[in-house]
Every structure is written in C-alpha cells, then in structure tokens.
Design a protein around this ligand. Structure first.
Ligand code: ASP
Ligand code: ASP
Length: 377
C-alpha cells in the first residue's frame, strides 16, 4: 500500500491534531519510516504540512501509530517497571534517543529551568551520574543525595514524607532504593513523575532500555537474536527488567546461572509464555550459539547469608578462552560495575561493548527526561 493510499484509507484520522514540528518529525524518522514519495497530492492539515518542508520524506510511523490508536503519550509519566512499556513505546524511546546523540555532544537548552532530583538510597556510579549528566546536557539542573546517611531519612523521616517534600522542589524524581516496591510507592506520593533507578532486586527499567538500545544499535535489530544472560539472575535486577523487555521481541533467551541463582520464578513464568527460554548452569556450550552475551555481577550485598555468597562467588569468568568458540560478531554486555566476571583481556576485543552501553545510558536517559517533561513528543 502506498503512503497516499494509507492516508486516504484512514477515516477518522485528524492529523492536524497531532502537534508536529519539523524538529519532532526529524526525531521520528527512521529507515523504515522514510518513504521516498511525492507528496504533492496529499490534502494535509497545516500543522502536518510543516513537517513536509522536506518534500520527499513522509513519516509513516507517526501515521501508523495514529491509525492503530497507539498513543505515545509520555509527558508526566512515571517510569517504574519496564512491564509498563509496549514495543511501540520502546521504539519511540529509541528514536528519541537517537535524536539525542548529536545533542549529547553539543548540549541544549531543552530543559532549561527544570530540576531533576536524584534520591539515591543505595550505591550507584552510573545511574545517578548519567541521569545528572543527561539533565545538564539538556540545560536543566539537578539536586539530590547519593546516600541516605546524609538525608533526613537518618533522623527517621519516612519515604513518603521525603517524596512529598522533594515533589515541591523538583520537576522529576529519580529514585534508587533497596526495597522492592519503593519506586511504585514514591510514585503514589509524588505529583511529579518518578523514575525508578533500581528497586532492590526487583527491577531497573532504565538500564533495560539502554541495554536494548545498545543491542539494537550494535546488531541493527533485536528480533531473531539468540541472547544469553550469565551470572546472578536471582538478585540481579537488570536481568529481570531486560528479560521482560526482551519477551516483547522474537528472541531466544539462554539463562545461565548457578542453581541457587536461577531466574526469579515470577519473571520466568511471564517470559516463558512469550519466548523460548533455555536454562543452563554451564556456559561452555552456549557461548558458540549466541549473538549477545549479557554478563552480570553476583550481587553480594543482596545475599542474606555470606556463606551462600562464598559458594557461588566467581562462578563465571569470561576470558579469551571462554570466547574462543564464539561467533565473530558476538557482543558482550555488562550493566557494570564488574568485579571479576569479565577478564580485563576481553576489554580490547571487538566483543566488548560494555563501555558503549555507558554512553548509550546518557542518550537514553536524555530521551526519557525530555519525553516525560514534555520537551519532546
Ligand atoms: N550499582 C551501579 C553502579 O555502581 C549503579 C548503576 O550504575 O546502575 O554503577
Ligand atoms: N548497576 C546495576 C544495578 O544497579 C548492576 C549491578 O549493580 O550489578 O543493578
């Protein structure tokens, strides 16, 4: 069907209502969304016509979303669980993130006057710093704390009161907390959007988005890939969020962990209904099969008993020997921090993409901030 047929076939679509500018149109362009077509004959609303100054480009994706009734509304939205996102929404975040790449290099004023509060009740290097860097690159500013020790929490203030207070200072809150459910609770008390920067062993949705963005960017697709997770699948929150997200795609997932650190049951049940999942304890036979190897740290701090940690410590170590049978274009990812699960000798091989992940974290978080603060549609 040609683009003009699609326009004509669409009965109730009032494209004039779609707030559209050339800038936004450019954000939305992707290879599959660009149709080389003459658009002279289209009867277009004025707002949409602005987007057509470049006369050969047509935004199919926007049109398709409008036709299928998918609303991509991000403004004011909380980001608590990756399960709250559809594949179309993730796609939209990818496109916005891509459009942020040049902005990340130059900086911008898109979020001037806006404040991000980062409330980190648990250790972090990347998540907090990359949210803050993302906000600064968009012209906004940041407040917050990186350890509960210095906040009034130490005096006994509860999370709800902390959130109700910060809500008055900031336009958006990024929260990391050791308790599962903390981000959801915070979102109940905050008027401003809340972003979950890690809730105990439960989820880390923005990490999953940057992981997916990295896979898509490095491999050119997500569908059709064979992906292995290795390490701590029980306490590692990034693999929970990433597993949910991957179940929206057509992938095969290999879960490699010690017996005691197998994937959490509720995650497994949910994803098994959607994609093939193969559980293993040894990596050896899996490495040659896969396109992506996602390695995780054994989450020492979440073990109730240090003796249990001692038993599984150092279970996997990815080195050149482990990768000797790997596909040439395998990519190795890691949410970081790494302890000893990937040997330093892997860092300089073409397999290693974990520091690209860090960079992608910036553009993905820039995209999320600009979308939920309404600076980008
Ligand atoms: N624990 C992590 C770190 O130290 C936090 C994160 O980046 O998500 O970086
Ligand atoms: N940085 C990630 C997290 O905060 C992974 C990790 O800490 O191992 O969950």
């Amino acid at each position: 069907m040609s683009a003009s047929d699609m326009i004509n076939d669409c009965p109730v679509l009032d494209l004039r209502n779609i707030q559209f500018s050339l800038t936004h149109a450019k954000y939305l362009l992707s290879e599959e969304a660009i149709i080389q077509t003459q658009i002279k004959d289209f009867k277009l609303g004025n707002a949409l016509a602005d987007a057509f100054i470049v006369d050969k480009l047509f935004i199919l994706e926007m049109h398709t979303n409008a036709v299928s009734g998918v609303s991509l509304e991000f403004e004011g939205r909380d980001i608590i669980s990756i399960k709250d996102f559809s594949r179309e929404e993730i796609n939209h975040i990818f496109k916005t993130a891509k459009s942020m790449e040049p902005i990340a290099a130059k900086g911008s004023e898109m979020l001037r006057g806006k404040i991000l509060a980062t409330l980190f009740f648990e250790a972090s290097t990347r998540t907090r710093l990359s949210f803050e860097a993302a906000m600064h690159k968009l012209g906004g500013s940041t407040i917050g704390f990186a350890e509960a020790e210095i906040a009034s929490v130490k005096k006994g203030e509860n999370l709800a009161d902390t959130i109700r207070t910060v809500d008055k200072y900031a336009n958006v809150i990024a929260l990391r907390h050791p308790l599962e459910g903390a981000a959801r609770l915070a979102a109940e008390f905050a008027e401003v959007p809340v972003i979950n920067g890690g809730s105990g062993a439960e989820e880390h949705p923005t990490q999953a988005l940057l992981d997916l963005y990295t896979i898509n960017k490095e491999k050119g697709r997500i569908d059709g890939l064979k992906i292995a997770f290795a390490g701590d699948l029980r306490y590692g929150r990034t693999v929970h969020s990433l597993a949910y997200a991957l179940s929206l795609y057509n992938v095969e997932l290999y879960l490699v962990s010690p017996e005691s650190l197998k994937m959490r049951r509720e995650v497994l049940q949910t994803i098994k209904e959607k994609i093939p999942v193969i559980e293993k304890t040894s990596l050896e036979k899996i490495v040659p099969l896969v396109d992506v190897l996602y390695v995780t740290r054994i989450q020492k701090e979440r073990f109730p008993d240090p003796a249990e940690y001692a038993k599984v410590k150092g279970s996997y170590k990815i080195d050149l020997q482990t990768l000797s049978e790997a596909k040439k274009d395998l990519i190795v990812l890691h949410p970081l921090p790494r302890v000893d699960e990937i040997a330093a000798e892997v860092d300089n091989t073409p397999y290693a993409r974990y520091f690209q992940q860090v960079w992608n974290g910036i553009v993905v978080r820039m995209a999320l901030l600009s979308l939920i603060l309404g600076a980008t549609k």
